[in-house]
Design a protein around this ligand. Sequence first.
Ligand SMILES: [Zn+2]
Length: 421
Amino acid sequence: MAHRGARLHAVGLTGRVPPTGDTGSRVHTRRTRARGGSGYPGAVSDTAGTGPSPNPAQLPDPATSDVVDLFRAICDLPSVSGDEAALADEIERALTVCAHLRVDRLGNSVVARTSLGRDTRVVVAGHLDTVPIADNLPTELRVEGGEQVLWGRGTVDMKGGVAVALSLAARLTDPVHDVTWVFYDNEEVDSDLNGLGQIVRTHPDWVTGDVAVLGEPTAGGIEGGCNGTIRVVATTRGTTAHSARAWRGHNAVHDAAPILARLAAYEPGEVEVDGLVYRESLNAVGIAGGIATNMIPDACSVTINYRFAPSTSPDEAVEHVRELLAGIDCDLTVTDAVGGARPGLDSPALRAAADTLTAATGGKVGPKYGWTDVARFAELGIPALNFGPGDPMLAHADDERCPTAQVRDCARALTAWLAPA
Ligand SMILES: [Zn+2]
């Protein structure tokens, strides 16, 4: 067959975004009743969290309880995706009594905001759900190498971040920036269900701000922005024939060879964006072709995943794949495309915030490679960082565990930024 350039089929570049509309979620707003809280004390007890939570269905008062006790209680209140109602109820109940907060709820997402008239507004967000429990709840406190470590589902992804946010939401009554605290559901499942995405689509005014921090696990470091991702299926076409008379057909699987050769030879770039270096990757992640073992295949599809730096748009990423495969006779269909998020660390304010946070935790500032919800803030024009306790390599693992000191460090770091002494 004659060689021609790769053909690009009509693509939907917003495949992750479902139509707006009534999701059946309930929405309500509560004005808070009286009760303040003190600032985060920084000093904490050494004896925290030595026993199981007294009542796993109830959280201790975040305004007065130790953040590690709160952390453990939040973990011990199971909230696998789709089952976050009890935890959302507890968070709503705890924050509604805080006089300094306005609390809104959408489905099982809770948004609490100060309105102090500050020059800047910081959004601190975290998801309530976990992946399914693997016989690793209730949590278990162990001492390992002289360090207190909490084992169990959610201890890394990401109930430490939720505990820090809930504790500070209740305690920081007079922050130097206005703060919006977002607790949302369904992050670990289909993107259409994502509670933060639902808020962004239906109540974008709830999550406006100048900078956002997502409490995903970074072991107390800063992971800025995130790479974008596209999936493109490259399909070659041939002609079927009995494999005993192969000369009567044309083998589409063989035609995929040059596609694989170009992918194998491809050297992914490293792209600096706002001072962070994003490592890209471009790979075949699947291949399908052939319907019987005695037939010449008439079609072969290579699924390609390109993870690209946040300075590149999804359209540019698709174009990059098209150029890579130029001259190979194949059809290209984009099945998934979502942009990344710039880290925004060229902004002096955000760089200062990152330095303050990492100074308190000893963590490092680096790029985020995987796609995360920071990209939803990027869509709103809000630079966003990932910052939270827990080693991200242990997220979703059966031996998920987090040193409790990291939870305290992250609480101290956010306090140093939001309510410096
Ligand atoms: Zn997570």
